[in-house]
Design a protein around this ligand. Structure first.
Ligand SMILES: [Zn+2]
Length: 614
């Protein structure tokens, strides 16, 4: 675990793990991965909160509790908290659902703003996943087959229903929780699948951030200055605000990356999910002139302790930045950090360089500082496997001038280099090591289907599903994934692989993943093809219905390119994901979800049909 607060849970300490994760995130400059760093904390550790997210650092930690409920076996507390905290980082605010103390005010308000666009904002305390429907909502527990259930549970959305059948939006404080249609639509939209919350009968969220975030006054009236990002980097200041005390705990300077430019812009767009304007971070130049102002509210989501606020603010690099101040709504000065307090006058050239030496077996990085660093300076150890094109944080907040490095998590390289960066937020000094060979890593595969215990009937198709991480290649081709079975030999390749006609019996399934250096990693699982259960082939009538449904919904490749976004009664032909559920005549939606295996066959058959057409 990155951090545990212990039983004392000092208010001013709670930001430490987030700042540490924030440093990891800040210097991680690949653009091919999404932006959040999550620390999974062992559930045995006595943290006070289940999890805390802080948008200013794009980081969260989550206590990975494994509780599940017999009455709601699809609910997993650690996973739900994980989703909740990452939801905060993505810009989602709380949904008002819980009123444990019966005071008529949503308990969620103690953890920050509530989402004015979520439908439950108007219906509190009758919090539900969707419109009241006696049929409830199907399909939330898509993995029901992993538990000894006859079919998917119908999740009631009736506030008067008995607890076992109820579920709540995952951004609220009621449990068990699950993704509600509103947030599901937001997710689809995020991943590029058009979804209009308005069409679902909910409020429109399109410009939610812009409409909702502009409540603050800039401390001195008028719009605050928004200086553009530049190529010279960012100043970053993080700290904590309590009723008694405000601190600026961390100051850094980081290079300009796409990720930081985006995060910088979010500060002003209000799309970090937290209202603006309670506080102001003001940056002053050499002569005391204000060079930038960033209004902010609490950027944290700690639950049940609303008097402890956290912030992490970026400012475009300015060589004459001399001080930052935190002011409250009335313009009172709460905290201040000045360059002069901890300056080492790095303008002198011989003071800008850190001499770094790396030796291997084991990997040791030693460095010589040009001067003893005053309090307020933070040292970070970075690593690059590609000659300095990309960097990642190896150790944040390093003490001393030497570090033993575990090479295992590092991408391998013939000439890996380490960099030591020291900063107080106003000045920065750094140095890069000699290149050293770092051993490469094999891919680490993971099989998500089949999972041990999965059973299919003889004649039933199965979709194998796997993925892998590889530290050097990062993104692996589909060809890198090879599947085999102890009974049927080679099955084929791909992250997703549909296989029909498997031999009855117990299949030891193996996934072998090969990276561009020829290193391989394997994962295994088991699939039982039950010889006593035979799935009847779907009737010709049903197959024909499925085929005609797909014929309407999935155009040929040719049609897609020739017919740009024509639109029409069946949906947008340019968009194969414009789902079949919009079509009232669609036979597939009328298939009752009684026998899970039967549905799987139907969908599989439909996919095959659609592919053959292409
Ligand atoms: Zn929350």
């Amino acid at each position: 675990p990155a951090y545990v607060s212990g039983c004392e849970n000092e208010a001013l300490d709670y930001g430490d793990p987030l700042e540490t994760l924030g440093i990891l995130r800040m210097f991680y400059d690949w653009d091919d991965e999404r932006e959040f760093f999550v620390a999974a904390v062992d559930p045995s550790l006595p943290t006070f909160w289940g999890g805390i997210a802080r948008s200013g650092e794009d980081a969260t930690w989550v206590r990975m509790r494994t509780d599940s409920w017999t009455s709601a076996p699809w609910f997993h507390r650690g996973a739900a908290t994980f989703a909740h905290e990452v939801g905060h980082l993505s810009g989602l605010s709380h949904v008002p659902c819980a009123d444990g103390d019966g005071d008529g005010t949503p308990d969620e308000e103690s953890g920050g703003a509530t989402d004015p666009f979520h439908p439950n904002n108007d219906t509190f305390p009758d919090c539900a996943l969707a419109e009241l429907d006696p049929e409830g909502w199907y399909g939330f527990d898509v993995y029901w087959s992993l538990w000894p259930l006859d079919g998917p549970t119908v999740i009631s959305n009736d506030p008067a229903a008995a607890a076992p059948n109820q579920a709540f939006p995952f951004m609220g404080y009621n449990n068990p929780d699950w993704t509600d249609p509103f947030h599901y639509c937001v997710l689809l939209d995020y991943y590029g699948v058009p979804c209009d919350t308005g069409a679902l009968g909910f409020g429109v969220i399109g410009d939610a951030a812009n409409d909702g975030g502009d409540g603050g006054d800039g401390g001195d009236g008028g719009d605050p200055e928004v200086p553009p990002a530049n190529d010279e980097g960012f100043h970053f200041f993080a700290g904590t605000i309590t009723p008694d005390r405000t601190t600026i705990d961390l100051g850094l300077i980081a290079p300009t990356t796409e990720h930081l430019v985006e995060r910088y812009q979010r500060q002003f767009e209000g799309s970090d999910g937290h209202g603006h304007g309670e506080f102001l971070l003001r940056a002053l130049g050499d002569d005391g002139v204000v060079v930038a102002e960033v209004p902010f509210s609490d950027q944290g989501s700690q639950h049940g302790a609303s008097d402890v606020l956290g912030f992490g603010i970026l400012l475009p690099y300015a060589s004459d930045l001399s001080a930052v101040e935190v002011l409250d709504h009335d313009g009172n000065l709460l905290a201040m950090a000045t360059a002069a307090d901890s300056s080492i006058d790095s303008v002198a050239e011989d003071l800008q360089k850190i001499v770094v030496l790396c030796t291997i077996d084991p990997i040791m990085v030693d460095w010589e500082l040009p001067i003893v660093l005053p309090p307020g300076w933070t040292t970070t150890l970075l690593y690059s496997h590609d000659g300095g094109e990309h960097w990642m944080t190896v150790l944040p907040k390093v003490e001393g001038t030497s570090a033993a490095v575990d090479g295992h998590p590092l991408p391998g390289s013939d000439g890996g280099v380490f960099k030591v960066v020291a900063s107080n937020g106003f000045e920065v000094i750094e140095g890069t090591s000699n290149p050293v060979p770092i051993a490469g890593n094999a891919p680490i595969p993971h099989i998500s289907a089949p999972l041990p215990g999965d059973v299919i009937a003889t004649g039933q198709g199965f979709r194998f599903e796997g993925n892998a991480t590889d530290r050097e290649d990062r993104q692996l081709d589909d060809d890198a994934f090879a599947w085999s079975s102890s009974l049927d030999g080679d099955l084929g390749s791909g992250r997703l692989l549909d296989v029909d006609g498997m031999t009855p019996g117990v299949h030891d399934v193996k996934l072998t993943v090969t990276d561009s250096d020829g290193m391989t990693g394997t994962a295994s699982s088991v699939l039982f093809v039950d010889p006593d259960a035979v799935t009847p082939t779907p009737s010709a009538e049903l197959l024909s219905a499925v085929e005609s449904a797909f014929a309407r919904q999935v155009p040929d490749e040719d049609e897609r390119s020739e017919e740009p976004a024509a639109g029409g009664p069946g949906g947008d032909p340019a968009d194969p994901d414009d789902g079949p559920h919009e079509d009232p005549d669609d036979e597939t939606t009328a298939v009752p979800w009684v026998v899970g295996g039967g549905l799987l066959v139907l969908l599989g058959g439909g996919l095959v049909v659609a592919r053959r057409r292409g």
